[in-house]
Design a protein around this ligand. Structure first.
Ligand code: NAD
Length: 429
């Protein structure tokens, strides 16, 4: 099939290269000239495991073309994906500027029947809005379909998630359009759920809101554990083994962040508000999440007798492991708090340091994780990178003024950390 993908971020690029790898002829359209330049050389503008190799392969096989022109893609493709960003606006609702701009551009250039697939995460009603924008360009209704096909990939395992999705959701007004997408996704052999447009749009928000709720729930439980001397890992194991609950997303820590959960939970709250429903449960989910880091930092501050003139070593900056994404990362809250209190930061992250450096050029970045301990008053483990699991903790402890470790992700066992000489603090015990 000939497929266009507009936007080459985490979602668009991975969708484009995977569909090209499966033998489709794909045109990925990007407006950012610096990204275009990199992509044409086979260099992904994002860090995501496996993307570079696949990108080079599909460029080499000729199944992927990179373009700056939506017009070019619309002229040759029967399916065009919209995979641009939908960042939160000032009031927390999703900013649809990019989606609308792309829809307008697509509408201007439709010449043959085109299925326009919205892969960006968008509020209920956006499919209808895209349809209206295209009709406003004078396109006949018989010339196009708008389909909602929300994306569930996770950064860090985006290729695997795209190739092996738990389910594929297709929201469409017409069966023929849904069938075309079924055909495109047939090689994935995944369960396909076909719905109306609104339900598909709501599935994405509801899924992310539910997962965020699960994490906030266990984080709230972790606070109770801290107050009563219970251990949150044991509680999570005990409840997660109940099939009705499930053991995933029950890992207590500093809270959720990233480019999706914060904006999608807010998006769901705002969508409900627009429909006159006060989604109090989700408001509490957000509140718990924010207070989780605040409370953790309060413990650091209490232990150190304030943060002024204290040097804090940060292990990890990315919002989670295996990504360079720092959008709404907990590291940012920690950096801001420590700097505002008159402390200083020394940070290590295997891939995300450059992104943080753009906003915080004056904090100290080190190339080796062991250097975060050099003269530090305390270390905070922020991101659960695999490479941190097998560290020589004694070596880490040795260079500190006083070896104090605040493990924000419960990566280490208390026993191992204490054996290495650390005074060990973590969430939920
Ligand atoms: P991103 O910001 O990384 O990438 C968006 C890309 O679109 C950018 O490269 C931008 O330059 C490009 N773009 C914007 N306007 C354009 C235009 N007019 N023409 C061509 N290119 C244009 O975003 P992302 O993380 O890939 O997310 C895209 C959407 O998918 C969002 O709605 C997001 O919520 C959703 N989503 C993201 C993830 C994730 O893990 N990142 C997972 C599921 C869903």
């Amino acid at each position: 099939m000939r497929v266009g993908v507009v936007g080459t971020g985490y979602v668009g690029l991975v969708t484009g290269i995977v569909l090209a790898e499966l033998g489709n002829d794909v045109i990925c359209v990007e407006k950012d000239l610096a990204k275009l330049d990199l992509l044409r050389q086979g260099i992904p503008p994002i860090y995501e495991p496996g993307v570079e190799e696949m990108l080079r392969r599909v460029l080499g096989s000729g199944h992927l073309k990179i373009s700056d022109s939506i017009e070019q893609a619309v002229h040759v493709c029967e399916v065009v994906f919209i995979a641009v960003g939908t960042p939160p606006a000032e009031d927390g609702s999703p900013d649809l500027t990019a989606v609308k701009a792309v829809a307008t551009e697509i509408g201007k250039h439709i010449r043959h029947h085109t299925v326009i697939v919205n892969k960006s995460t968008v509020p209920v009603g956006t499919g209808d809005l895209v349809e209206k924008i295209i009709l406003d360009q004078g396109v006949l209704p018989s010339m196009f379909d708008v389909v909602s096909n929300p994306e569930f990939l996770r950064e860090g395992s985006a290729i695997q998630d795209t190739l092996n999705p738990d389910r594929i959701v297709i929201g469409s007004k017409r069966n023929e359009a849904a069938d075309l997408l079924r055909e495109l996704y047939a090689p994935m052999e995944a369960q396909t759920i076909v719905t109306d447009l609104s339900s598909a749009e709501l599935i994405k928000y509801s899924a992310n809101a539910f997962l965020a709720m699960k994490i906030s729930f266990i984080n709230a439980v972790s606070r109770v554990c801290e107050l009563c001397g219970a251990n949150v890992a044991d509680v999570a194991a005990g409840i997660g083994s109940d099939k009705r609950i499930g053991n995933q997303f029950l890992h207590a820590g500093l809270g959720w962040g990233g480019s999706c959960f914060p904006k999608d939970v807010q998006g769901m709250i705002k969508t409900a508000e627009r429909l006159n429903y006060d989604f109090q449960l989700l408001k509490a989910v957000v509140e718990i999440n924010e207070s989780q880091t605040v409370e953790f930092l309060r413990r650091v501050e209490a232990r150190l007798g304030g943060l002024a003139n204290k040097k804090i070593g940060l292990m990890g900056l990315a919002f989670k492991a295996n990504t360079d994404d720092i959008r709404d990362a907990k590291s940012i809250v920690i950096i801001d708090t420590v700097l505002a209190a008159g402390g200083s930061i020394v940070a290590y992250d295997p891939v995300a340091a450059e992104n943080v450096r753009k906003t915080y050029p004056n904090i100290q970045y080190v190339e080796n994780v062991y250097e975060v301990s050099d003269g530090s008053d305390a270390i905070i483990l922020v991101t659960e990178w695999n490479e941190f699991r097998q560290l020589d903790l004694s070596r880490l402890a040795a260079c500190m003024k006083e070896p104090i470790l605040f493990d924000g992700r419960r990566l280490y066992s208390r026993k191992a950390a204490e054996h290495a000489g650390f005074e060990y603090h973590t969430v939920g015990e």
